[in-house]
Design a protein around this ligand. Sequence first.
Ligand code: NDP
Ligand code: 2IT
Length: 453
Amino acid sequence: MSSDSESVQAEVDHFMKGLIRRNPGEPEFHQAVRDVVESLMPVVLDNERYRQEEILERMTEPDRVVIFRVTWEDDQGRFRANRASRVQFNNAIGPYKGGLRFHPSVTLSVLKFLGFEQVFKNSLTGLPMGGAKGGANFNPKGKSDHEVMRFCHSLMIELHRHIGEDTDVPAGDIGVGAREIGYMFGQYKRLENRVTGMLTGKGLAFGGSHVRTEATGYGCVYFARHMLGEQGESLEDKRVAISGSGNVALYAAQKLIEYGAKVVTLSDSSGFIHAPDGLTPEQWDFVREVKEKRRGRVSELADKFKEIEYHDGQRPWRVPCDIAMPCATQNEIEKEDAEALVKNGVRAVCEGANMPTNTEGVQVFQKAGILFAPGKAANAGGVAVSGLEQSQNSLRLSWSAEEVDEKLQGIMKRIHAQCVEHGRKGDRIDYVNGANVGGFIRVAEAMCAYGAV
Ligand code: NDP
Ligand code: 2IT
């Protein structure tokens, strides 16, 4: 290490010590901040104003956090209680925007890491959106539609006070899809007597946008195509290992199949399926039916198609592949998984999920010279189309699927270009630095313009 990089590292360590002291017991939040601060410290040390105005200290403190109890009644008539939160992280460049997650693993640390990353992601889209995240430790698995409805209605009785089309616009994330958004939108409408674009991911019948369902997965594949294109390569015939089989994974798989890539794995929290020759369009239709309509398990693919194997209780990262697309959850690629992927010849990793690779995993990929696209750039297509949904709602217009897809493609291309611009290091592109610096600038400039707020 040169003395320059040693002093930058000392500043990062000093900053992180303070952050950890101020936010004890929040490991995911610490992890997400460290990743960003390592990229930004040289930029901040080089800029008198950013240093003077404590830009990093301010950007790592959420504007506000609302925490509340959600009481609901199950089908047996018992009262149940969950904890829900909304972390409104930063609205320097637009109303707060970000998903809601329903999963038993939701903690304040998880929501703060997601809200923090959302600030940079939303800035990269070029649209006027601040960053937020919310959710509850509610487990929708095994609940009836009526139980989910009562939970969503109860949650909105509190949440409606804190959101609105010009203040904060939630959307879906893990465990929150079209069904949950419908219930929450209906309750907001009843409470406020207003029909507005204060949630995105709505049904097409009540203000939703074409291509929002597909947007995160499609966007991730568009990003991967640019990343490979930069190296003179294409997706055709590439073996892609995908984790997850939810919203992001399914539509990434669909677009990859369309582009002639081989989707060799999908997974859920029970295990993964391996299709050595790649999923066929018929198999993709089947898995979508299982997941979206019946809320079933990915193992059903192996029950139906004999050429597909199921591996219970395992992650897909030991399977030989050219590209890995983690699309399930945070920290699902650990050091040993990354080492196995590198050993088996992976050439690119494109994150559909938020922070799916842990810190050691990222180091393994970077050391091995693997192309690595972080989630805040690669999965920004979902929130980008949410932003387009907001625009359509404000205009009281609806754009065609072709129009929305074309805009999504343009946005992903520009996000990739920003990563290249800010991440170029000699003949390599550091997409982590590129995304962090590219996302930071607009937010930092806006915050400086406002003075001490
Ligand atoms: P879904 O709820 O639709 O699907 C989640 C998938 O991941 C399911 O297959 C689920 O399996 C699996 N999964 C979830 N938690 C775990 C876990 N702890 N261990 C193993 N598998 C798990 O969510 P999405 O597809 O919407 O979200 C996936 C990721 O993409 C998340 O990181 C999310 O933050 C991110 N993302 C989502 C966007 C969106 O628009 N929806 C936009 C940008 C990022 P099981 O069914 O067994 O739980
Ligand atoms: O992580 C994410 O970007 C999302 N879950 C989508 C957020 C949104 O507002 O569409």
